[in-house]
Design a protein around this ligand. Structure first.
Ligand code: ADP
Ligand code: MG
Length: 679
């Protein structure tokens, strides 16, 4: 190909033959058995072979939309054809040439039938997949599907993929596993995806159910699971440095810590953690529990077990606000037994230095903090257990930094974003998961209403009544200030919402918090809200995670269509943490179809797991945890949850493969694994 096209391909990430080999078709056209034009009938896609006659451009009212009409003609007759947005066809098509057209035949508006927007290739010489099943490639940047089909066919004609020479296409899956699952070798699979045979099952190809697809799906998931298992081994690093005593006296101590009876789920999860801590290997466990399910006390008890065994603990939170709040609650729970220090970016240098010195000497037993905990200057005398709250806010590297501050410490990562089962296995591999699936007693589900902004007046009147009756409320705005980016008018800005709330609640104390104000100021407002001196808190999403004011029972979310489902659920989790009936009103502007679905789901259920599954279905897995969950691997062929069965097989096989390797082989493999999924 010429240099210009090569450059365009390279810009789209296709520079080598290998890149091209892995740029897979996403659809197949069945062009076997071209029909005579006289046989055409409305229905599925069909192939015709004939000359193009009477092509002409048709003007439309929309400037961005053009039509070409004409006929395909063969010995049996002629059939009308219409193309969308391909005006150049009129100039390119040569009247004398024969073309192969493939596309759906539909009833035409004015009666009769027509061939709609067919693919079109010259039949003689040029047609690559004349009488066969033709692959359709996703466009690569500026290079369209038709050009890609030609390029791929020409290039791959010179590559002996199915020949299975290891130089051509090294096999990645052990033969034994291919045999176990009845899958073809990689080269053969790739070959049949690019060049389906004359007897190919087009339906299976289009449904990703061909043996070739299965081979790629399984191979991809197996690589992922092996990489995850290797990472976990590396992080665990071997047997635990010190065995813990988890006996009757420790249990008595732990029993005295919670100020309330634990829920059944909390008791079960604490037992799961204690069993890990008593075991020979470091614990690496994920604790997931919906907002308000009581993860903090579970973490506190795990930490107490480590501290009672003479080790130190670390507790990491993603924001200062949250770190401060955790520091306060852990101090309440554990403070009279152990010295606890807070390490955030905003402590004065001298003070921070003093706290670090206490950690290094072992005088302080527990450090609660933000990213400040990763700093090199932070040293522990004997770090035994690291807890990471809202773990999806942290990167894998950061977790590694924290773990390296101890000698193979235990790790408990916590998340309130419940991860559907299928994704947990992709994101975390074999990591054991504990789930808090029960809320503390006395909670009733938050009553949720999604209302158009036109009913705002009524909502704020109800809010005023609630405040007058002694309730406390959050009002959430999506942005700090009008950015103008979104066309403005429908989007509530914080200042605007604050003014509105002050007016509606005239006579009651109101405060506002956002991410850009001074930490001390924000802290003051939050404290006043927690103490009841402020009755309504206007806030951006800084309150999204962790904030715990059980007396707050009302929440109004402005411009709710702007938030993702998971975020709405997190926000709502700020209320309904006490005994009263909590109410959440999502006020929304104009809705897209997708936003409407989100709000319908949001109003219909308060079950975080259900919300996560529905969110997955709406958005697709890549996006589920937002861009912050950078670690989720991008899968080329596999799709979840559809390929769940292959995922489980891959997990089991990865486990078996690694169990067979000795230390040396394992080390070599570990060195090879550079990038893989998060946990
Ligand atoms: P999250 O899982 O969202 O981090 P928290 O740990 O902040 O939840 O707990 C939410 C609230 O529930 C806190 O006020 C906490 O004190 C309270 N809580 C937790 N467990 C119980 C329980 N077993 N009984 C009563 N209240 C509880
Ligand atoms: Mg929490």
């Amino acid at each position: 190909m010429g240099p210009a096209r090569a450059q365009r391909l390279a810009a789209a990430g296709l520079s080598t033959i290998r890149d091209l080999i892995f740029h897979l078709p996403f659809r197949y056209e069945d062009r076997r058995g071209a029909l005579a034009v006289s046989e055409a009938a409305a229905g599925a896609a069909a192939t015709f072979r004939g000359r193009l006659v009477g092509l002409r451009r048709i003007r439309t009212r929309r400037r961005s939309f053009s039509l070409v009409r004409g006929f395909v003609e063969d010995a049996s007759g002629r059939l009308p054809v219409v193309w969308f947005n391909r005006p150049y066809l009129v100039d390119q098509a040569a009247e004398a040439e024969e073309y192969l057209l493939h596309g759906p035949v539909r009833p035409a508006k004015g009666g009769g039938i027509e061939l709609v927007n067919p693919s079109c290739e010259r039949a003689e010489g040029g047609a690559v997949h004349g009488d066969r099943v033709a692959p359709v490639y996703p466009a690569a940047g500026k290079v369209g599907p038709a050009a890609l089909r030609r390029i791929a066919a020409a290039v791959l004609a010179g590559v002996d993929l199915a020949g299975q020479s290891p130089e051509t296409m090294p096999e990645t899956v052990p033969e034994e596993l291919l045999e176990r699952h009845g899958l073809p070798p990689l080269g053969e699979a790739l070959d049949s995806l690019h060049r389906p045979g004359a007897d190919a099952d087009v339906e299976a190809l289009n449904g990703r159910r061909s043996p070739a697809h299965q081979r790629l799906i399984y191979g991809e998931l197996l690589e992922l699971q092996v990489a995850l298992a290797l990472r976990r081994r590396r992080e665990e690093g071997g047997p635990r440095a010190r065995r813990y005593r988890i006996g009757a006296s420790l249990r008595r101590t732990l029993a005295g810590i919670p100020p309330f009876p634990l829920t059944g789920a909390q008791k079960r999860v604490v037992e799961e953690i204690l069993a890990d801590l008593a075991g020979p290997h470091p614990m690496h466990r994920l604790l997931q529990g919906d907002v308000g399910s009581g993860k903090t006390i579970v973490a506190a008890l795990a930490l107490a077990a480590a501290l009672e065994n003479g080790d130190q603990g670390a507790f990491m939170a993603p924001t200062e606000l949250l770190a401060e709040q955790h520091h306060a609650s852990l101090a309440r729970l554990l403070g009279d037994r152990y010295r606890i220090v807070l390490l955030t970016g905003s402590a004065a240098d001298a003070e921070a230095g003093r706290r670090r010195a206490e950690l290094a000497s072992g005088e302080a037993r527990l450090a609660v903090g933000t990213h400040a905990l990763f700093q090199e200057a932070v040293e522990f005398q004997r770090l035994g257990l690291a807890v990471i709250d809202e773990q999806h806010r942290f990167g894998v590297d950061q977790r590694g930094l924290l773990l390296r501050k101890g000698e193979r410490p235990d790790l408990l990562v916590m998340t309130a974003t419940p991860i559907p089962r299928s994704l947990a296995l992709t994101a975390y591999g074999d990591l054991p998961v504990s789930t808090l699936d029960e809320l503390p007693p006395g909670r009733s589900a938050v009553r949720t209403e999604a209302l158009p902004a036109s009913r705002r007046g009524e909502v704020y009147r109800r809010l005023r009544q609630a405040i007058a009756a002694g309730e406390r409320a959050y009002v959430v705005a999506p942005l700090i200030e009008e950015t103008g980016m979104s066309g403005g008018r429908d989007v509530a800005s914080l200042a605007e919402v604050e003014a509105r709330v002050r007016e509606a609640l005239a006579g009651f104390p109101v405060a506002a918090v956002h991410g850009r104000m001074l930490a001390a100021e924000r802290e003051r407002a939050l404290r006043a809200f927690a103490a009841g001196e402020v009755r309504a808190l206007v806030a951006t999403t800084v309150i999204e995670v962790g904030l715990d004011v059980p007396e707050a029972t009302w929440m109004v979310i402005e411009s709710a269509e702007r938030f993702g489902l998971a975020q709405l659920h997190q926000l709502r989790g700020r209320v309904g943490r006490g005994r009263g009936q909590a109410i959440c009103v999502a006020l929304h502007g104009r809705l897209t179809a997708l936003a409407r679905q989100r709000l319908e789901i949001f109003a219909a259920t308060t079950d975080g797991f259900e919300i996560a599954e529905r969110d997955l279905a709406l958005r697709g897995p890549g996006d589920l945890l937002g861009t912050r969950q950078a670690g989720l691997p991008s899968l080329r062929v596999a799709r979840l949850p559809e390929d769940w069965d292959w995922l489980v097989r891959a997990r089991d096989d990865a486990r078996e493969l690694l169990a067979r390797l000795d230390g040396e082989a394992l080390g070599a493999l570990q060195d090879k694994v550079t990038a893989c999924a998060s946990y």
